[in-house]
Design a protein around this ligand. Structure first.
Ligand SMILES: Nc1ncnc2c1ncn2[C@@H]1O[C@H](COP(=O)(O)OP(=O)(O)O)[C@@H](O)[C@H]1O
Ligand SMILES: [Mg+2]
Length: 339
């Protein structure tokens, strides 16, 4: 559709989307591969980056041989060109930076490697970069999540997954607060106290900070207000489980001052299980299935949200969204140069 127009486009910053989720086995990789396919089928050049070093499986989900090249060599030599590791997939316009062939002796991504990686991700010649992040709240996972333009969590309605994601969001805020306060020891001290005391609420921390430095308290409030997190509920078995989403939204609003968005709910489906066994995402195998249609809607909503802050309820055509997206990419590139 839009691909001919894309070929001659001058290089600009890709839209970076993080798919995370504090618990393993909830469907992060499944959601990530389906969203990636939807972007590619919509004519946007898409790169899927498997950042789950502990349990990399995007090559398997996309039916690509394990012996194929993986980007993880970059970890031992960050001067390498990240894009040289991208392999084609069966889906037109979708490339994969697989993590197969990962060397287990590289346990954590160092700070320097992480920043080279982020710079190279921003310079990839793609419209969209989707990062499949591992479970847990490792520092690098939180950093990639925070750095993404669109932040998405995947959860089931199980309380373990919901609690893990609540803690994940708390850690995201904690890390952002620490970064903002790194040269203000008094404020850092208050933030450490907050982290050490699980009964302390975020608004209590902000009140304490306000008594020391009202300007800083406003800055922390702004960090919360600007953190836009999308949550995809997956493996939903009964309609009434959706109430869990309402409860999570209320708790996160009350305790963390964050306003969660729900771009779509995916129900448990044998078709998904079968597609994973066939090693091709359901969006590719069954383009007419209900789950594929939900993923299509989620993809459009995420893209739309990155463009129109206040107009997410307006009916806008996919073509219009794509046109606006390309205009916006150039602006995003300029904005990152200013930072
Ligand atoms: N909507 C769904 N319906 C049925 N099974 C699902 C669904 N989503 C995920 N699964 C199952 O959950 C397993 C884990 O999914 P995966 O995407 O690998 O999780 P994660 O990346 O979070 O560890 C899959 O192998 C699949 O069998
Ligand atoms: Mg996974």
């Amino acid at each position: 559709m839009a691909t001919n127009r894309l070929k001659n486009k001058k290089k600009s910053q890709p839209l970076i989307i993080a798919i995370a989720g504090a618990k393993g086995g909830v469907g992060k990789s499944m959601a990530c591969s389906n969203i990636a396919i939807q972007f590619a089928q919509g004519g946007l050049k898409t790169t899927l980056l498997d950042l789950d070093l502990g349990a990399a499986n995007q090559h398997t989900l996309l039916g690509i041989s394990r012996s194929s090249k993986g980007w993880t060599q970059f970890l031992s030599d960050p001067s390498m060109d990240l894009s040289s590791f991208e392999v084609e997939t069966k889906q037109k316009h979708l490339g994969l930076l697989a993590a197969c062939g990962y060397r287990p002796d590289i346990a954590e991504i160092s700070h320097d490697v992480q920043s080279s990686l982020m710079t190279q991700i921003r310079n990839l010649n793609s419209d969209i970069v989707l990062m499949d992040l591992g479970a847990g709240s490792h520092k690098s996972t939180l950093d990639f999540f925070t750095a993404a333009d669109i932040k998405t969590l995947v959860t089931t309605t199980e309380s373990t997954s919901l609690l893990n994601n609540f803690e994940f969001l708390k850690n995201v805020l904690y890390q952002s607060f620490c970064r903002a306060a790194h040269s203000y020891p008094k404020i850092l001290d208050l933030i450490y106290q907050y982290k050490a005391n699980p009964t302390l609420r975020l608004n209590q921390l902000i009140d304490k900070v306000e008594s020391v430095d009202p300007f800083f308290a406003q800055m922390l409030t702004n960090i919360c207000a600007s953190l836009d997190v999308n949550v995809i509920f997956n493996q939903v078995r009964k309609v009434n489980e959706v109430h869990m989403a309402v409860r999570l939204k209320k708790i996160v609003q009350k305790q963390l001052s964050l306003d969660l968005s729900y771009p779509g709910f995916i129900f448990f489906s044998e078709e998904v299980v079968a597609s994973m066994q066939k090693q091709l995402p359901i969006s590719y195998i069954s383009p007419r299935s209900i789950i594929t249609q939900i993923f299509k809607r989620i993809t459009q909503l995420l893209l739309k949200k990155s463009l129109y802050k206040e107009t997410s309820k307006q009916a806008i055509s996919w073509e219009q969204i794509q046109q606006d997206f390309h205009k916006n990419r150039v602006e995003r590139k300029k904005a990152h140069h200013l930072l």
